[in-house]
Write a protein that binds this ligand. Sequence first.
Ligand code: 3PG
Ligand code: MG
Length: 377
Amino acid sequence: MRTLDDLGDLGGKRVLVRVDFNVPLKDGTITDDARIRAALPTLQELQRRGARLVLAAHLGRPKDREPEFSLAPVAARLSELLGTEVTLAGDLGAVPDGPAVMLENVRYEAGETKDDPELARRYAALADAYVNDAFGAAHRAHASTHAVAKLLPSAAGLLLQREVETLQGILADPRRPLVAIVGGAKVTDKIGVLEAFLDVADTVLIGGAMCFPFFKVQGHDVGASLCEEEGLEPARRVLGSAGDKLRLPVDLVAGQSFSADTPVTAIGGIDVPDGLMGLDVGPRTAEAYGAAIRDAGTVFWNGPMGAFELAPFAAGTRAVAEAVAAASGTTVVGGGDSAAALRQFGLEDRVSHLSTGGGASLELIEGKTLPGVEVLS
Ligand code: 3PG
Ligand code: MG
């Protein structure tokens, strides 16, 4: 992968930087600016080398030029963080010159998600070099993440580089034991990651509603729990081949409905009575998983242990988050829900690497080629 050093002298040059500023917004206010802060080292390094920045980013999945998908709040926040005024350019045909400009949401352009070479040419015309620092969007072959990289001298930014090296590193040469914690609602979302870790990890801990297809295949009662039908076959396959690496919850916490005020029932085992749904792992599971995490040389965590957004069902996810934060091994946390959980518990600074990518980090772990990365090699 080409890196910033391969770009040579950038003094006075315009560098098109693709960033992942797909941040959560509530009523036009950014509720989590972690992805913006994560790009600062690259942007500051380019500025230090005298480059003028032309930033490209997407926000959400607009169908049209809906104003709620404008990058205006993002440009404002970046101006504060960077200490440089970032001008938002609404029209690709009239991008002003300046130390830092940000193009409007690239997904306002019809050709963006089609990896359109013509749109890529319009992007390329705005700059002398291209840097991709948008790790979270590197699994997309889009005009601003892929096609444009072929038209300019191009390289990975510091964030993209660190993400790829860290995530590939834990698979290639982990300090052992390597413990993977895989949670979330659906087996089908995580099956690729699960199978990758069953190959290389020493222990794989399962949590979240994705445990129910496993339990159902084993003949347990799942009650009214979320139990993905399409997950049964993959769960059967994994159970057939995983041996004793794979560990499932041994106790559960259940409710009558997915809500914070449902009556809470502790289930000593894993059979869920009719009318109840398992919404968290129980205390014995949390204790056992915590012990495995404590003793690990390397920990990878993706996916919550339960419905952590509901206070009565947050304990399992909190216990895992605290164990990961306290672990002395290398700790890597995938983006998405596990990142949100770490932030909810105020532990985001206590891990070795918190990925800015959700889908991208999973695809990398699965061993897939990310188009936005491959094009930089
Ligand atoms: C994300 O938030 O997952 C990335 O920014 C990619 O966004 P997308 O899933 O809309 O392509
Ligand atoms: Mg996504």
